[in-house]
Design a protein around this ligand. Structure first.
Ligand code: TZP
Ligand code: MG
Length: 212
């Protein structure tokens, strides 16, 4: 079967996460280090600001043929001609997005509780976020810290591509991949790093070793 989710290292970025640096430049460095999918997650921007940021990021990413995913905002995703969207349990539902955005090429859905796996929303999604794997200060309103056992549990229950997120770094990458993740999503280990390209490269090397 055609692999519709060939991505391994997924940068999740917002301007506020980048320690005062230009977020598009940080994302570009991350791409040069091996990031192959980028999500713009702007929790405090107005819709107009969110769209402008998405367009800037999109322009850079297109030169590298790296897809852009928009967190949560369907209007921004459509207007920025993003590759896809990622939503959580309390956001616009995947079922609704499928019915209205025919051009969506990647629909991600965060799994915070096991009972979500059985839902239509999970079933119509292209990938599932395991959210969070470990406790993280980047997102504190979380429900379950899945840990490595949680990844294994979810892996046994679904064939969907699994994206692990939450305190992922080069030191735990191997364990998270071997527990059953297909792709790792990272905020601070790349965005806050003094050298985002090198930080991405280190995680990417660990991923490549784990999947060999
Ligand atoms: N969803 C679950 S954890 C998280 C999100 C957006 C934040 C992950 O950030 P970090 O800095 O990689 O732990
Ligand atoms: Mg959300």
């Amino acid at each position: 079967m055609l692999n519709l989710f060939p991505y391994r290292l997924y940068l999740v970025i917002s301007e506020a996460d980048c320690a005062g640096r230009d977020f598009v430049r940080v994302a570009e460095q991350a791409v040069l280090g091996g990031v192959d999918l980028v999500q713009l997650r702007e929790k405090h921007a107005t819709p107009d600001e969110f769209l402008r940021k998405a367009e800037r990021l999109q322009t850079m990413l297109q030169t590298y043929h790296v897809p852009l995913i928009i967190n949560d905002n369907l209007d921004v995703a459509v207007q920025a001609q993003a590759f896809g969207i990622h939503v959580g349990r309390s956001d616009c539902s995947p079922t609704h997005i499928r019915s209205v955005w025919k051009g969506c090429r990647s629909l991600g859905y965060s799994i915070e509780q096991l009972d979500q796996l059985e839902t239509q929303d999970a079933q119509c999604s292209d990938c599932l976020g395991i959210s969070p794997v470990f406790k993280t200060s980047t997102k504190t309103d979380t429900v379950t810290e899945w840990g490595l056992d949680g990844i294994r549990t979810i892996r046994h229950r679904t064939d969907k591509p699994l994206v692990a997120i939450g305190h992922i770094n080069a030191a735990n990458t191997g364990d998270v991949m071997r527990a059953g993740a297909d792709c790792l999503a990272v905020v601070s280990a790349i965005c806050q790093a003094p050298n985002p390209q090198q930080a991405a490269q280190e995680i990417r090397d660990q991923i490549d070793q784990a999947v060999r």
